[in-house]
Every structure is written in C-alpha cells, then in structure tokens.
Design a protein around this ligand. Structure first.
Ligand code: PLP
Length: 338
C-alpha cells in the first residue's frame, strides 16, 4: 500500500486496528450471530420521521488500491471517517453515490427493491470516473450485511424505510490531476419517514434557461456527487447522456405499462410540458413527486386541482405497495432478507 511505513508505531497501530476489526467482525457477523435474533426497536419517534439524517449503529467499509479489486469489506461502528485533505474525492470530485431503501414487511421480513440495479449503475459510473467498483455480488452482500446489522433502525411497517446510501470515492491522496491511488466503498443507513406525510405532495418548479445541471458529453448520466430536475400517455425524455437512469423512473414506466398506460421515451419540449395534464418526478427518496406548477420565462402553469394528479397518485400507490410487499411481486424486483 502506498505511504504505508513499517515503523514500529505503524505496526503497532496496524495491530491495534486488526484486533479492533476482529472484535467488530465477531460482534457484527450477521450470518453467525444475528440470523435468529429479533432486535429491540430503536428508541425513536417513528411517527415523526422526516428525511433528516439519523445516525445508526454500523457502516460498511471496503477499500482497494488503484489497479486492484475490492476485497475484505467489513462492518464498523458508525462514525466519522478520516480522509487526507488531498483525497481525490475532495479535490477533483471523484465520487459516486447510490440510494435505495429497505422496508419492513409484516411478518418481520425485510425487503430491498431492485438492489442489483444500484450495483450495476454504480459500476457504470465507476467506469466513467476511472474508479474500481465492487462486483454486483460484493455490493449486494454489503447492502444486506449493513441493513441486517442496523435492523433495529428499520421503521415499523407503513412508517417509512431504512434509506441505504452507498458511496464510492477516491480516498487516496493525489495532487496532480489523476485518478486517486486508493478507493473506499462505504455504506451507511438512516431511517426515513415517507418523504411526504400523506404520501404525495406537489412541488413547484421553474424551467431554468441560463444554468444547466448537465451537458452532453458530461457526467449527468451517472450518479456523481457533483450532479446537483396526457390522458393515459406518459412521456419522458429518453435516458441518453444527460438524464440519470433512475431506477424509480424505469420501475414507474414498467408499472404504468402493466396498468395499460402508453409510455413514450422521447424528447419532450417545454411547450408540451406546459401543456400536460399532470407532471411528476421520480426518485427513490420521494418515489413520486407531483409537480404543482412550472414557471417558464414569465409564464406560470399549474397542474391538477388540489395539486396531486390521479396518475401520480395511482402510480405512487402501485409502486410503494409493491416495495412494501403488500402486492404480489410479479416483476421479480423484491429481495427478501431473512
Ligand atoms: C438519484 C437520482 C435520481 C433518482 O434515481 P432513482 O434510481 O430512482 O433513485 C434522479 N435524478 C438524479 C439526478 C439523481 O441523482
């Protein structure tokens, strides 16, 4: 490992870390210790969960050097991490994030929604940003282990979910513009309420004509840390280059198709947008967010009477019922943790 000096102190620190990591590993090995244990629920007010960060018990950490592959990830107590001020992620934005949710189903089962899709998207983003990435299997195992280790933080059925946030970053020190020499894959989790208390709530948008979130040839299509928007026909821009391939987006389109909506993936003009009966956005955090109004130049258009359109409501209910295990998973999207 670069920068790893074998002084006595260094060895002593390594030995201490090793012993600590053994203790943590013994404490946290989910398959050995936790398979039949029901955990006491965390002491929080489940009825007033928002989307604020709530620290939990464990995080997953796995490292690798440039040119090598990830191995030996482990659960650690949740806490701050140490980074060189020269870390690639801090200086050149070499970082990606993911987001998915774990739900508690009635009979004590825990459900994940399409976690392989997050694994694949992370791998695509990593390739774009010249980073090594965990394999699909490593990603899935890491997500499962982190969720199981923190299961007392999964809200009771219907009260919300455990938001799972994987990060992949250049953690090694670089000064010249180059890929970092070391990479860290980390997963932390936080319980979240339903983004909006009553499920859905409209947002008001403005069409920005001067600034751009993403440009052709840029990184709008991968989940980089620096990316931060009629009748029975649902139209959405195709995922080409600047549009992030949302897993919720894709799932909503499939659910809509199964409910006999017509789905079009094509260029949508602002004029059409202003002319639509209903407009909504999608994402894991909110699932579906109805748009209450859009302002373009000096024109403001509002949608729906009380703001939440029929189609938004219908698709939101269909997808969240599936995610919570309340309806039959005909798509094969649900992963059960036992
Ligand atoms: C994460 C994200 C989304 C939502 O994607 P999901 O996979 O549905 O959670 C949409 N747009 C951008 C820019 C994002 O970063």
């Amino acid at each position: 490992m670069p920068g790893c000096k074998t002084t006595t102190l260094g060895i002593r620190i390594k030995l201490r870390d090793f012993i600590l990591s053994l203790i943590v590993r013994w404490e946290t090995n989910p398959s050995k210790k936790w398979s039949n244990v029901t955990f006491e629920s965390a002491d929080i007010d489940w009825d007033n969960l928002g989307f604020r960060f709530v620290p939990t018990d464990y995080m997953y950490v796995m490292k690798c050097s440039q040119g090598e592959t990830f191995s030996k990830g482990e659960l650690q107590r949740f806490g701050n991490i140490e980074l060189s001020p020269c870390a690639g992620v801090l200086n050149y934005g070499q970082g990606l994030f993911e987001g998915l949710k774990a739900y508690r189903k009635h009979e004590g089962y825990i459900l994940l929604f399409r976690p392989e899709e997050n694994a694949l998207r992370l791998r695509m983003g990593a390739e774009r940003l010249c980073m090594p990435a965990p394999t699909m299997e490593q990603f899935l195992e890491a997500v499962k282990a982190t969720v199981l280790a923190n299961q007392r933080w999964i809200p009771p059925t219907g009260k919300g979910s455990l938001y799972v946030r994987p990060l992949l970053m250049g953690s090694g020190a670089v000064l010249g513009l180059a890929p970092a020499p070391e990479y860290t894959f980390l997963i932390y989790v936080s319980p979240v309420g339903n983004y909006f208390k009553e499920g859905l709530a409209p947002v008001n948008l403005v069409v920005e004509t001067e600034m751009h979130r993403a440009t052709p040839g840029g990184t709008g299509g991968v989940k980089t840390i620096g990316n931060y928007a009629a009748g029975n026909v649902i139209s959405t821009p195709a995922v080409k280059g600047t549009i992030l391939p949302g897993i919720t987006r894709k799932s909503i389109l499939d659910v809509a198709l199964s409910q006999r909506f017509k789905v079009e993936e094509r260029l949508v003009t602002v004029e059409e947008l202003l002319d639509a009966d209903e407009v909504f956005c999608t994402g894991t955090a909110v699932v579906v967010t109805p748009v209450g109004s859009i302002t373009y130049l000096d024109k403001r258009v509002t949608y729906g009477s009380d703001g939440v359109g029929r189609v938004s409501q219908q698709l939101y209910s269909a997808l969240t019922n599936l995610q919570m295990g309340l309806t039959e998973d005909e798509m094969g999207w649900i992963v059960e943790l036992k």
